[in-house]
Design a protein around this ligand. Structure first.
Ligand SMILES: *[C@@H]1O[C@H](CO)[C@@H](O)[C@H](O)[C@H]1NC(C)=O
Ligand SMILES: *[C@@H]1O[C@H](CO)[C@@H](O)[C@H](O)[C@H]1NC(C)=O
Ligand SMILES: *[C@@H]1O[C@H](CO)[C@@H](O)[C@H](O)[C@H]1NC(C)=O
Ligand SMILES: *[C@@H]1O[C@H](CO)[C@@H](O)[C@H](O)[C@H]1NC(C)=O
Length: 243
């Protein structure tokens, strides 16, 4: 089965579980959902499980702990973003000019091996397929119908300069515009996978911090020869949102 379809199938298989059960889906935790007051409206839809024990630190190599937000920030959602990194050829190098991605809530299923193990394979397949973007749009529609899509990610200049926006309108939330605090090369294959980042909010109340890690794809070729040529490179990443 095509990798992207596999990933979608795994994700959708988990939706009834995630949306039917009131709390503590994969994480046995003493903190029930009821004990947490839920998200502020700006953060969009709250996970349908208790994510108290989801642990970014446990997922990061020890020397990348600089990516972890301050300890008083609280995790609100764990997500996967799929989309493209955009580049323009400038003096022989592809320069990043933004990104366009859709962000899906995986808070309640993020520990399923099918989710994490498939990201890289999926990107490799999408990169070789003309139909990749169409498939991605199809998944986005499905995800939106099922309430599984959390946000749109794009860049705009509403903050005064080109900056990353995460817009949670699709899930009833607000937006956040981020600024980079940390930027670390992907520890596995940095020429293929985009950097791992920690951002802090400069506007909007959908999050105070967010972390991009477990990146797959998104890097352009090392050089280019046609001035002003644009390029979109598919990528996926795990994004962690903190309030
Ligand atoms: C982290 O450690 C790995 C090897 O253990 C090394 O390749 C990598 O460059 C280090 N990264 C940083 C940001 O220090
Ligand atoms: C977290 O601590 C910093 C100072 O270290 C403070 O400025 C900030 O307001 C605190 N945030 C919360 C949510 O308590
Ligand atoms: C990035 O490319 C997509 C097409 O994949 C386009 O729709 C979007 O507007 C571009 N965004 C930026 C900031 O260049
Ligand atoms: C590339 O774009 C810049 C700014 O948009 C423009 O000034 C320049 O003439 C373009 N160069 C070529 C070779 O098209």
């Amino acid at each position: 089965m095509h990798g992207f379809v596999k990933l979608a199938a795994a994700a959708f298989a988990a939706i009834p579980l995630a949306s039917a059960l009131p709390f503590s889906v994969p994480f046995a935790a003493s903190h029930s959902l009821a004990a947490r007051s839920g998200l502020a409206t700006g953060q969009g839809q709250a996970p349908k499980c208790d994510i108290f024990q989801a642990n970014l630190a446990a997922e990061l190599p020890a020397n990348l702990s600089a990516l972890i937000p301050p300890s008083n920030a609280s995790l609100s959602q764990v997500t996967i973003g799929f989309g493209t990194q955009n580049y323009t050829c400038t003096s022989g190098k592809y320069v990043n000019v933004g990104a366009l991605a859709q962000v899906f809530d995986i808070s309640c299923i993020q520990e399923l091996p099918a989710i994490s193990a498939n990201i890289a394979a999926v990107i490799n397949e999408i990169q070789q397929l003309d139909g990749g973007i169409a498939l991605e749009n199809w998944l986005a529609k499905m995800a939106q119908w099922s309430g599984f899509k959390l946000a749109d990610h794009y860049f705009d200049t509403s903050s005064g300069s080109l900056a990353p926006v995460f817009n949670f309108q699709v899930s009833g939330g607000d937006f956040v515009i981020g600024k980079k605090l940390q930027d670390i090369a992907d520890p596995f294959n940095p020429t293929v996978n985009v950097d791992w980042l920690q951002l802090t909010a400069i506007a909007g109340d959908a999050a105070k911090f967010l972390v991009r890690e477990q990146t797959a794809g998104g890097q352009p070729p090392a050089s280019c020869s046609v001035e002003n040529e644009t390029l979109q490179v598919p990528y996926a990443a795990k994004y962690w949102f903190f309030a």
